[in-house]
Design a protein around this ligand. Structure first.
Ligand code: EMZ
Length: 385
């Protein structure tokens, strides 16, 4: 085992049963573990709904810290489609040169800075900064807002000793309320103002709907992007030959990024609520009970991926589901992929190698499964080319 490895805790349960039940705040969840079943259930939104009580499809459930429905994430078709139509153009802006150039400027400056230091703690000294600055580009708000985002830490609903921190959540809700007020008073071209002016099915969005979209924008891509970036740095530190290969063979970078996303699967799983009695892998799923689509397990499914527990940088067939699948595939995926492209390009250009100094792993516990999702601390030393 190398320090940057992420073992697969689901193998036995996936191959033997295909599902495994865990408890979550006395509201059990049947985890679906095989790729084929995960895709089937994700596709079947009529039986496995996302439109339950707000927060209930998230595992751990957020019903106790959130009343606002996140949009489009907690809305089913056909309404879901109308919201996606409104939001897709905004969330596809990362494909524009100007957007990419802004990210490049931010990420290049950050790498240049860490290159000068003897060592850094990568989460608070790199990934959190990168995610927060990039978020200002996604929201089209002044870059100075990043300071506020940084002050919230790595998860908007979780703090170090509390996996569901109501006080912390309130901070985010207050910020959003204040920004909507400001946008009402003096509109700009940021996401708040754009949503205030937008219509869905011929009607203006309600304030609650705008909040639901913005909360998702803040919460959905927070710890996931931070873990993705941190895990990538740890991997490249541990595998200098891979950094060299990415430098020498730029044509494999797109594949390499998908492979890293598959391997790290920053979001372990996402829930659904059954609307009727159903069955997964011969296990009964009762109406109104929860299942989870375990992207992390599906992405190591040995019946689909050859050498699933290895990072194969130029993996050719890679039908991973790290960004979800079907109706609810990730709205922020283009932003996340663009961050990864710019990050890899800039690392190849500016960094000769990275020393892995020490790490404190972040292990999630889901019932019997202990899954490494990233790090609490990761100390690295960057060496410029
Ligand atoms: C929800 C979720 C979305 C949830 C795609 O994932 O991300 C989680 O980190 C949040 O806690 O509220 O936004």
């Amino acid at each position: 085992m190398k320090p940057s490895d992420h073992p697969d805790p689901f193998k036995q349960a996936r191959t033997e049963q295909g599902v495994s039940e865990i408890d979550d705040q006395d509201d059990p969840v049947q985890m679906v573990l095989r790729l084929k079943d995960v895709r089937k259930c994700a596709h079947n939104w009529k039986t496995y709904s996302s439109e339950a009580t707000p927060g209930r499809i998230v595992v751990p459930s957020e019903v106790n810290i959130r009343d606002t429905r996140q949009i489009p994430f907690e809305v089913d078709p056909p309404k879901h489609g109308a919201f996606r139509e409104l939001l897709d153009p905004w969330f596809k802006r990362p494909l524009q040169d100007e957007y990419r150039d802004k990210l490049r400027e931010q990420i290049s400056a950050l790498i240049n800075e860490v290159n000068q230091r003897d060592s850094i703690e990568a989460i608070y000294g790199f990934s959190l900064l990168l995610q927060s600055h990039a978020l200002t580009v996604l929201m089209n708000t002044p870059e100075s807002e990043a300071e506020t985002f940084i002050s919230w830490g790595t998860h908007v609903f979780r703090s170090e000793d509390d996996p569901l921190d109501a006080g912390k959540a309130q901070q985010l809700y207050d910020y959003i309320d204040q920004k909507i007020d400001e946008a009402e008073a003096s509109p700009s071209d940021d996401l708040f103002s754009t949503l205030l002016a937008a219509e869905v099915d011929g009607a203006r969005l309600t304030r609650e709907q705008i909040k639901g979209i913005i909360i998702l924008t803040f919460a959905g891509g927070r710890d996931t992007v931070i873990n993705m970036v941190t895990n990538t740095l740890a991997y490249l530190a541990d595998h200098p030959e891979s950094l060299q290969r990415l430098r020498d063979e730029p044509e494999i970078r797109t594949r390499a990024i998908e492979e890293l996303i598959r391997y790290f699967s920053p979001l372990t799983h996402m829930g659904r609520v059954a609307t009727e009695d159903a069955q997964v892998c011969e296990h009964a799923v009762k109406a109104d009970s929860r299942i989870s689509l375990c992207w992390a397990s599906a992405n190591r499914d040995e019946t689909v991926f050859e050498n699933p527990n290895e990072v194969v940088l130029d993996r050719k067939l890679n039908p991973h589901v790290a960004f979800g699948f079907a109706t609810h595939n990730c709205l922020g995926a283009t932003h996340a992929r663009t961050i990864m492209q710019v990050l890899i390009d800039e690392l190849c250009q500016q960094v000769d190698h990275i020393d892995f100094l020490s790490a404190d792993e972040n292990i999630e516990q889901w019932g019997e499964f202990a899954r490494k999702v990233g790090y609490h601390k990761l100390n690295l030393a960057f060496h410029s080319v």
